[in-house]
Design a protein around this ligand. Structure first.
Ligand code: GLY
Length: 354
């Protein structure tokens, strides 16, 4: 699997122009959704090479990350004569970078892809690391591949138009990267206040730092055989919360579910690996200040455990957790009793007064 290049850009058009000038390719395609076509595409179309690109547009939202829309993208690539030496530029949030990445991975057994994430979630997570895919059979990212883009261009200027909820959703992954890496990174991440006037140059630095954490892990273990599982911290219970809110027709954004998942999994970390309680309280107080609680009660516990068992990261029906002994001291493949998982759900509800 090739290594992707990540450019943290302060002048996206100049960086794209120079990348495309030095690359040799035949055709350019840009995948957008209706939002990024209207809000972000005009900005990059200042790049001369992109003026002639064929634009492919899908409806926005994760529900569109499906086989029908994927076939629509393949069809346009096919009828417009895309070759293995064509570029597909994925301009959007995680839905676009996941699905465009997978279209690129599969069309003619692989064409060239570039990611330009436009949300914080995609910038620090989805667009980086080579995971691509679509939802299938009611399951998120059920079909996919590891197929890194040649380059990811991250420009925090796109984040200026993000609403608070989407900003916080991406920020949860940055808190996760901080918790699995070092005290220094953790301390800087907790300094960010999404409710005061946002300092975008500080955010840019935090994003660069967060992406570097992910890149280092992915480089070591691109196909998630071992240490890449560190990136699943907060996600075993987080995904279950996400699916539960979806079932209840009151979906929360991925990062908000992960923030709640991290609270539960820090509790498990405390119980199983001795993660310090004072740090746990500090993380809870940050999450409590900015993230609304996930609404659930003890009648949801069985469903939540069932959802955790079906997470595709598990093998043989055993729920596998990534836990922490300290900030930066990651323990993968931890199995936990059902009693303790339920205790962690109780702990969340007590902590958030629900
Ligand atoms: N989002 C977790 C990973 O890329 O492995």
């Amino acid at each position: 699997m090739g290594k992707q290049k990540v450019v943290i850009s302060t002048d996206l058009c100049a960086d794209l122009k120079s990348f495309l000038s030095s690359a040799s390719y035949d055709k350019l395609f840009v995948l957008t959704d209706t939002n990024t076509r209207d809000k972000c595409l005009p900005f990059i179309q200042k790049v001369p090479q992109l003026k002639e690109a064929r634009i492919i547009t899908t409806d926005a939202g994760d529900l569109n990350k499906n086989i029908e829309i994927l076939a629509y993208i393949w069809r346009i690539l096919s009828t417009e004569g895309a070759s293995r030496n064509s570029f597909l530029v994925n301009l959007g949030g995680g839905m676009i970078t996941d699905m465009g990445g997978f279209a690129g991975a599969t069309f003619k057994r692989g064409i060239r892809t570039l990611n330009i994430p436009t949300t914080l979630m995609a910038s620090v997570d989805a667009a980086v690391g080579g995971k691509t895919g679509i939802n299938f059979n009611g399951l998120k990212n059920e079909i996919g591949s590891f197929y890194p883009p040649e380059c990811v261009f991250i420009d925090c200027n796109f984040l200026r138009t993000l609403d608070r909820e989407n900003l916080l959703s991406g920020y949860a992954e940055m808190i996760k990267h901080a918790l699995i890496s070092s005290i220094e990174i953790y301390t800087s991440v907790l300094l960010f206040d999404p409710d005061s006037k946002i300092d975008y140059s500080f955010l840019n630095k935090l994003v660069a730092q967060s992406v570097a954490v992910k890149e280092k892990i992915v480089e070591e273990d691109p196909k998630e055989k071992g240490i890449r599982k560190a990136l699943n911290f907060g996600h075993t219970i987080g995904h279950a919360f996400e699916s539960l809110t979806f079932k209840k027709d009151a979906p929360v954004l991925h990062g908000h579910a992960v923030a709640a998942g991290m609270v539960c999994e820090l509790y498990l970390s405390h119980k199983v690996c001795g993660f310090p309680m004072d740090r746990l309280r500090q993380v809870i107080s940050y999450i409590k200040e900015y993230y609304r609680p996930i609404s659930f009660d003890c009648t949801d516990y069985d469903t939540l455990c069932e959802l955790m068992t079906h997470d595709k990261k598990n093998e043989g029906g055993i729920i596998n957790f990534t836990l922490l002994a300290q900030i930066g001291d990651v323990r993968i493949n931890q199995s936990v009793t059902k009693e303790l998982i339920l205790e962690s759900l109780d702990f969340y509800r007590e902590s958030f007064g629900i």
